[in-house]
Design a protein around this ligand. Structure first.
Ligand SMILES: [Zn+2]
Length: 252
């Protein structure tokens, strides 16, 4: 069976002489493993250009031995990211994290749009890398079935008391009054701007999630908290994140 789809290359699993095995993120079929080989419309130059971060119109043959790319036409390859090692590392981390968190065998158009928008903003340099990173991470968690409950205190249901805490391991809020009677051991004291930013990223419409501002010290705090939350679900060290931190000089 032949079908057409758009898709971004998230991962290249192996590359033989004239054959690559890749994982694509597509809107309708979610994660899709496909083989690309030099054959027919995929000539050597097309083959060479299909790499991680490339976004294409694909024609795919789904056969007995899996999916094979018949043709690929580039929509966006995010080439400019390759001139900035820190951005490139971050873009690759976005791809790796998406690969790990997208639920399998499900539509993934919202994941795909989030990834494409984040890569586009990263390439344009519209926002600080760190800002794009924490919006991407928290929204990706939310889209992938790990949305924290930030509506109100889990115990007394107050929307916002003087001091709110976040429990990353369980993804909920608790106020200082209720915390006196319930100890979780890993609660993080939130500032108001950080709580508002987290709520904004989680609950706003897809198109608006980047439209807010946060001062530098609050962004630092949010960035560490969100990364810690992501790592709880990923449960392993990500090489791409380690490389990104080597450029920023931050380590976890
Ligand atoms: Zn409470």
């Amino acid at each position: 069976m032949h079908f057409k789809t758009t898709g971004i290359v998230l991962k290249q699993r192996s590359c033989l002489n004239e054959q690559k095995y890749m994982t694509l993120l597509t809107p309708e079929k979610g994660l899709l493993d496909a083989r690309v080989r030099v054959f027919g419309q995929v000539n050597k130059s097309v083959f060479r250009n299909i790499n991680v971060l490339g976004y294409y119109h694909f024609n795919i043959f789904d056969g007995r031995y899996g999916c094979v790319v018949d043709s690929a036409e580039a929509i966006e390859q995010f080439f400019d990211l390759r001139y900035d090692p820190e951005k490139l590392a971050l873009a690759q981390y976005f791809c790796e994290l998406t690969y790990l968190l997208v639920p399998s065998k499900q539509r993934a158009s919202r994941h795909l749009n989030l990834l494409l928008n984040s890569l586009w903003l990263l390439q344009k340099g519209c926002y600080e890398n760190k800002f794009i990173k924490c919006v991407f991470e928290l929204r990706l968690l939310s889209l992938s079935g790990y949305m924290p409950n930030l509506v109100c205190c889990k115990v007394c249901c107050n929307y916002e008391k003087e001091q709110m805490f976040y429990v990353p391991s369980q993804g909920f809020l608790i106020c200082s009054d209720c915390l006196r009677f319930n100890q979780y051991g890993s609660e993080v004291k939130l500032t108001k701007p950080v709580l508002h930013a987290m709520r904004y990223i989680i609950y706003k419409d897809d198109k608006d999630i980047f439209k807010f501002k946060l001062e530098a010290s609050q962004l630092d705090f949010l960035s560490k908290l969100v990364e810690k939350s992501v790592m709880i679900y990923v449960e392993k060290e990500l090489v791409t994140l380690k490389i990104y931190h080597q450029f920023t000089g931050e380590f976890g």
